[in-house]
Design a protein around this ligand. Sequence first.
Ligand SMILES: [Zn+2]
Length: 102
Amino acid sequence: MPRYFTDELLRRLRNDIAWPMLLKELDWPHKVRLGQLAFVCPRCREYRSAVNPRTNLGRCFWCDTNFNPIEFTMAVQEWDFVTAVHYLKALLVRGPSRSAAP
Ligand SMILES: [Zn+2]
């Protein structure tokens, strides 16, 4: 299988994409609960989730699924890996749309 992206880019997307920004950009339901960021699980639609700031992984405790930002974007948008990586790469470069230059 051809390699489209460098390991460094994929590592940055997994580690450096901030979940609050990602959830806003995807316009996906989320809230802060007991100091933890929770989101609707794109797999089971439950709200029993949390983002671990240390690992930058979102976890659904209901269906036992971990999401990194790439996996989460794929699940929410029903995109393939390549499409999700292109989207997140643009997000990483330009930052959130609300603070983008005109
Ligand atoms: Zn779930």
